[in-house]
Design a protein around this ligand. Structure first.
Ligand code: HEC
Length: 214
């Protein structure tokens, strides 16, 4: 009985001390503050267990389809590379100053496809990892997972080919430029802009200038 009472007293004292510390504002919440190894361990444990529990009833569809990977690569380029980077594509500078830092997804993260789906769909609280549930439909998130599955095996050339569309065909430059403007047909008003510029504004009723090209 005495031992139980002793443990309770220690627990209450510890809780009061924790509350006093939190209320004092001593904890450095800034993203520049020193690393907190204990808090980081607790957060990591919470993340791991929570993701495992929440993703356990999700069944992943087949993800090997190259079309799915291509689709996922484009979503990754539009929504993820800014924080996570990719082969040959750096993350935005701000990502270097985030705490926790966005992990490098080109290394095997150890998450299963179902867990990757859940993380992308729901985000991770207090980390800056957004929830994409209301931005992307399930099929698009599975495409992202198919891409993430391939990402550790991808080099910069492959990532580039998947995410940079081929340049659209350029319109042919008009040979000769302005000189090729079609002269107005007989009896027609000169086209706008008038070729070549007349000395005086053209009179509607006067015949075309003799030197006008035909
Ligand atoms: C604004 C920055 C930001 C964007 C944009 C972002 N993430 Fe994240 N993401 C993070 C951060 C920060 C973490 C780290 C969470 C942590 O440490 O627990 C993270 C974690 C993850 C993880 C877990 C990795 C691990 O090893 O624990 C996955 C998977 C992930 N992001 C996928 C994505 C995908 C897919 C997209 C795009 C659809 C995306 N993220 C967009 C910031 C971002």
């Amino acid at each position: 009985m005495r031992a139980v009472l002793g443990v309770l007293v220690v627990l209450v004292v510890a809780l009061v001390a924790l509350a006093a510390w939190l209320y004092s504002g001593s904890y450095d919440i800034s993203a520049r503050g020193p690393a907190s190894p204990v808090l980081d361990k607790v957060a990591d444990l919470a993340k791991r267990q929570s993701v495992r529990a929440h993703a356990q009833h999700i069944d992943a569809p087949p993800l090997a389809d190259p079309i799915l990977v291509e689709d996922g690569a484009r979503h990754y380029r539009d929504s993820c590379v800014q924080c996570h980077g990719a082969p040959g594509a750096e993350a935005q500078p701000f990502a270097r100053f985030m705490r926790p830092a966005p992990p490098d997804l080109t290394k095997d993260t150890g998450w299963t496809p179902a867990q990757l789906f859940w993380i992308t769909q729901n985000g991770l609280k207090m980390t800056g990892m957004p929830a994409y549930r209301d931005l992307l439909v399930d099929g698009q998130i599975w495409a992202l997972v198919a891409f993430l599955d391939q990402l550790p095996k991808m080099d910069a050339a492959r990532y580039h080919s998947l995410t940079v569309p081929p340049a659209p065909p350029q319109p042919e430059p008009v040979p000769g430029g302005e000189q090729d403007v079609v002269p107005p047909a007989e009896g027609e008003e000169p086209a706008q802009p008038a070729p070549p510029p007349a000395e005086t504004p053209a009179q509607p009723e006067t015949p075309a200038q003799p030197e006008a090209p035909r």
